[in-house]
Design a protein around this ligand. Structure first.
Ligand code: GAF
Length: 391
């Protein structure tokens, strides 16, 4: 098991690394940007149903160094992967599926689709969000690119416009029909706060997260099962199909009673998926009240219920995630635990008594290693500011 604690130092190191690499390679000072990943307390697979989510930006993210280029072409360098790509701005099309450059190309293409003119540029980035952890390294990267281009070319884009560009890049270049949660949380994050976001109005209310004797802790299964992108898109289509039958814009507008009226027109599997979304929206609203009332027992039980639904109704969990949630349930100091993000691997988020967090992490990690023969990783995260310039 690896336990990561001092993220502040690690983020400063990322900035230093991209700055040095940029100056070495391009012989000029870059603009420096930090764009965070996110956690989500509750409200999973609700964002593309116009529903509610409860994410927060964290102090793990992508550092990017960016500047205009007069070399006649643009260059993007993924420092972690030691991978460089040179490209022309007028000939953009998606690279093969799974390529990192699609995040950059997608953002550039979507900026151009808005009739904004950019010139050639160079960008070097490096991150410390573990890939496949469900902490949104994709949104962090997209946001760092759009934010950087907006600055260096004075595009005058608002943060709302920028996150929509990032989301479209993900749809059209990466091939994941994601909602808006990840890009929103990464861009608008507020230090020490989680954002209760209404994905229909795209407006949020910040909640200061100070659980006194309790804290949030992530455990990464360190697995990401294949087909997760197509399974994600299938679920979105299933939800949209049910909404269409109900004659509503999105499942946000449905009640359990509405769903009952079309029960014989949809498959039992799609019935359960739609039911999950309706119930998860309700849980997310209740979670905000629970935090307002400092009722952590209630918050924890909503988090456990969320996992039950994600696993048994929405079918986006996996053995490794279920195992870690079962470990949590056996420990009375964990008030709630669930898989976080799109699913099929990645992290669980745990609401746990601070003084017991390390002991639980060690026990769960040992049991996990025995069962799956590989390690999980534990992260004690801090809630942080959204995408910003680093001076
Ligand atoms: C992924 C998506 F990108 C988000 O939009 C959201 O749907 C999440 O899965 C599930 O809640 O992170």
């Amino acid at each position: 098991m690896s336990i990561t604690i001092n993220q502040a130092d690690m983020s400063a190191k990322l900035i230093k690394d991209v700055k040095e690499a940029f100056i070495n390679k391009f012989k000029t000072d870059p603009l420096l940007i930090f764009s965070p990943g996110r956690i989500n307390i509750i409200g999973e697979h609700t964002d593309y149903n116009d529903g509610f989510v409860f994410p927060a930006a964290v102090n793990k993210g992508i550092a990017a160094a960016i500047q205009k280029s007069d070399s006649g072409c643009s260059t993007a360098i993924a420092l972690d992967l030691d991978s460089t790509i040179e490209f022309a701005l007028d000939k953009l099309k998606p690279s093969k599926e799974g390529s990192w450059e699609n995040y950059v190309f997608g953002v550039v293409a979507e900026i151009q689709n808005k009739n904004k003119v950019i010139g050639n540029f160079n960008i070097i980035f490096k991150g410390n969000i573990p890939g496949g952890a469900g902490m949104s390294s994709s949104a962090a990267l997209e946001n760092s690119v759009v934010f950087g281009l907006n600055e260096i070319f004075n595009l005058g884009l608002t943060k709302h416009e920028m996150i929509l560009i990032s989301q479209k890049a993900e749809h059209n270049y990466v091939g994941v029909n994601c909602g808006i949660m990840d890009q929103y949380a990464s861009m608008f994050g507020i230090k020490d706060n989680a954002l209760h976001l209404d994905c229909r109005t795209v407006a949020s209310k910040p909640y200061k997260i100070d659980f006194k004797d309790h804290q949030l802790m992530l455990i990464n299964t360190n697995v990401k099962h294949s087909l997760s992108d197509s399974a994600y898109n299938d679920r979105r289509s299933a939800c949209e199909g049910v909404s269409e039958l109900l004659g509503i814009k999105a499942l946000r507008d449905a009640t359990e009673a509405d769903l009952e009226t079309i029960a014989n027109k949809i498959t039992p599997a799609n019935y359960q998926k739609a039911l999950f979304v309706i119930q998860e929206n309700e849980r997310t609203l209740k979670a905000a009240k629970a935090i307002e009332n400092n009722d952590l027992e209630l918050l924890g039980s909503l988090i456990y219920q969320s996992h039950e639904g994600l696993s048994n109704q929405y079918h986006v969990s996996c053995d490794e995630l279920d195992f870690l949630v079962d470990q949590a349930k056996k420990n009375k100091h964990v008030l709630g635990a669930r898989m976080m993000g799109g699913g099929f691997g990645g992290c669980t988020i745990n609401l746990i008594d601070k003084s017991e967090a390390k002991a639980f992490a060690e026990t769960a990690a040992k049991a996990y290693k025995n069962k799956f023969d590989h390690d999980c990783s534990v992260y004690f995260i801090e809630l942080s500011e959204g995408t910003h310039i680093v001076k």
